[in-house]
Design a protein around this ligand. Sequence first.
Ligand SMILES: *Cc1c(COP(=O)(O)O)cnc(C)c1O
Ligand code: SF4
Length: 383
Amino acid sequence: MASGDWHDWRWQLAHRVTSVGALLDLLGADFPVAPATRAALERAGAASVVSVTPCYLALSRPDDPRDPILPQVLPDPAEPAGAAAGSGVPDPFREEELEIAKGVVNRYPDRALFLLTNFCSTLCRHCMRRREWEGGFTRLADAEIDAGVAAIAARPAIRDVLLSGGDPLNLPSAYVGRVVRALRERCDLDLLRIGSRVPVTLPLRIDDELLRELAPAAPLWLNTHFNHAREVTVEAAAAVRRLAGAGVVVSNQGVLLRGINDTEGDLLDLSRALLRAGLRAYYLHQCDPVAGVRHFRVGLARGIELVRSLQGKVSGLAIPRLTVDLPGGGGKVQADGPQLLERRGDTFVYASPLTGARIEVDGSEGSFGGAGIWRERGIAWPA
Ligand SMILES: *Cc1c(COP(=O)(O)O)cnc(C)c1O
Ligand code: SF4
């Protein structure tokens, strides 16, 4: 590959790796797999959608038994098995029922999610919205954006809009600019934020053209999604600095993932790397009960202990809140916060911050089945 192209984010987008076969071919001898395993991986890929930017894939070290990159993008044979076994549902938070306009989800009275696209340059295997990947990638049309902004403007109780998807920052700069300008002009908001993994998976996309579109809407907040210190590269840190220079406040929302960041050392390293890059840790999400994602879940009791282990070792600025999104659209709670009413073994009972209802959460550890490539390599993941 010509190195000049490598540094062009449009080249990275155009050269996404979109099949398991292509991904394994690229890794080649660095990641030797037996034919039967390759077939199982390709089946898992064919049952879903695969995509990764070359620059994100290049962060992987396949010979490292705890490589945190590859398992986030290479489908595991446990994915389709988990989905078929009914462990998880496509839309546990009933987002689709709460839409007030196409793409606008209004669950909390004061907040709205504005889902602009279902496209991400890099598809995380643990994604809570992976149901959206089927049927091709789209984005809201201009008229749909206008209708969404109008629906938000018509509900003055909405003080906070979160642009999400998919990943809004893979969209053309002018498109993003149009959305933030319309929201600033037509809605009275306390908070306008963007959820984007672009600083992690395609950091060079945070270019001057995009920043020129974002800067007039400042203060903007951006929550990104680093899960491991190895992802906090020089390029990613530079992207965060460029955003900060344009008046964008950047924080991190990671996901607690089995085999990827579920040791005290992983979390401490991540916290320190975030601080060095000028990022504050906001949430660490408990992996949601989404179909095909179950095998990534860390037991809730263990997750609570892991996050507590950071206390006294690093600034509070770098200690995330372990967050559980209550099933059925009950809202988000801190795993060991005041809404935790009761714990019976692996069942955690929370009070919904929205309705006060008692909601049970399965806090059990995920388990891996099938012919996981990782087991073949004789390592502990998947066990
Ligand atoms: C998570 C979430 C938000 C934002 O929640 P914060 O706790 O303010 O970060 C808003 N709407 C929905 C539907 C959400 O799931
Ligand atoms: S970047 Fe976010 S929305 Fe996109 S695949 Fe990953 S978790 Fe899902």
